[in-house]
Design a protein around this ligand. Structure first.
Ligand code: SAM
Length: 295
């Protein structure tokens, strides 16, 4: 067993939050991930299957093996995948640090919101590398809570977010891991590593994102650590509650909320990663006016 604590816990409300998160972010995070027919994909830390359903739907000819350390999460993931009518996923309860597979037995590996919860993310990536056949690839998607900013700004909201960062650190994880994906993947021996930032920008012209991301994904995640943060003496209850109120305040008509995910893709050996090369829309959007300025 890895011995790491999982900061978000396994409550039904948290399962719904992971589901809301996955549904809201499908295009942003998954639009450039398609696995070839006949290929085998190892998904580590699949949780309740929120990403698994999306992956398996988008690559119906690929075979997925999805593992998680939690038997309850695996049972829920299996229910969701069966409920979606998918037959290309096998589930297994397993610790990423003690995988019951022989080396070089998968074509691809996938992790999402997983490395951030491990005290040894570099070791986990190296193990996943060893599971890949030469020519294989890994895709890793992680958040970075330090990338959060919003309007109206609020010191109390930042303090509440910082509670989650600190609790996750104390549990052995790293809520700021997105910015470290590149060095971590290189260090684990992956080749041709490319990391692309995926920014979620939310204002009231996008009510789907206001509800699905700002309210039900991010703010719900912060609300979920109220009791442990107060019990650990990290914050006074009234400051925490004011912070959550201020996060909700960003969902009003004049409010704005920004967060950046990081998606890394790497290969094992000499690989053309054309199928998985991230082409982030945010970067293109940022470059367009820049080119214009210099014309
Ligand atoms: C935030 S959830 C992410 C779940 C899913 N990937 C998603 O994006 O919805 C992290 C998952 O990692 C699992 N996990 C933590 N440590 C693990 C380990 N050592 N081996 C396998 N799974 C682990 C937890 O049980 C939890 O389900």
């Amino acid at each position: 067993m890895s011995g790491d604590l999982y900061v978000h816990g396994y409550h039904p409300r948290e399962n719904d939050r992971l589901q809301d998160q996955a549904g809201t972010l499908v295009e942003l995070l998954h639009s450039d991930t398609i696995y070839p027919d006949g290929s085998s994909v190892l998904e580590a830390g699949c949780g309740v299957g929120a990403q698994t359903v999306v992956l398996a739907q988008r690559s119906p000819g690929a075979r997925f093996t999805s593992v998680d350390i939690s038997a309850d999460s695996i049972a829920e993931a299996r229910r969701r995948v069966e409920g979606a009518g998918l037959t290309n996923v096998e589930f297994l309860q397993a610790d990423v640090f003690a995988l019951p597979f022989t080396t070089e037995s998968f074509d691809h590996a996938f992790v999402c919101f997983f490395l951030e919860h491990l005290s040894q993310p570099a070791r986990a990536l190296a193990i996943l590398n060893s599971m890949l056949r030469p020519g294989g690839s890994i895709t890793a998607i992680e958040g970075d809570h330090g990338s959060t900013y919003f309007h109206p700004d609020s010191p109390a909201a930042h303090a509440a977010i910082e509670c989650l960062v600190e609790l996750q650190r104390r549990a052995g994880g790293n809520a700021l891991i997105g910015r470290q994906l590149y060095p971590l993947m290189l260090g684990a021996g992956f080749d041709a590593v490319r990391v692309s930032p995926r920014m979620v920008y939310v204002d009231s012209s996008r009510p789907d994102l206001v509800d699905g991301f700002t309210r039900r994904t991010f703010t719900a995640m912060i609300e979920g650590v109220r009791e442990p943060a107060i019990a650990a003496g990290l914050i006074e209850p009234d400051i925490f509650d004011a912070g959550v109120r201020d996060l909700h305040r960003t969902t009003e008509t004049d409010g704005v909320f920004c967060y950046t995910f990081f998606k890394g893709v790497g290969g094992k050996g000499d690989v053309a990663l054309s199928l998985q090369r991230p082409e982030p829309p945010t970067i293109q959007a940022a470059l367009a006016p820049h080119r214009h300025l210099h014309r």
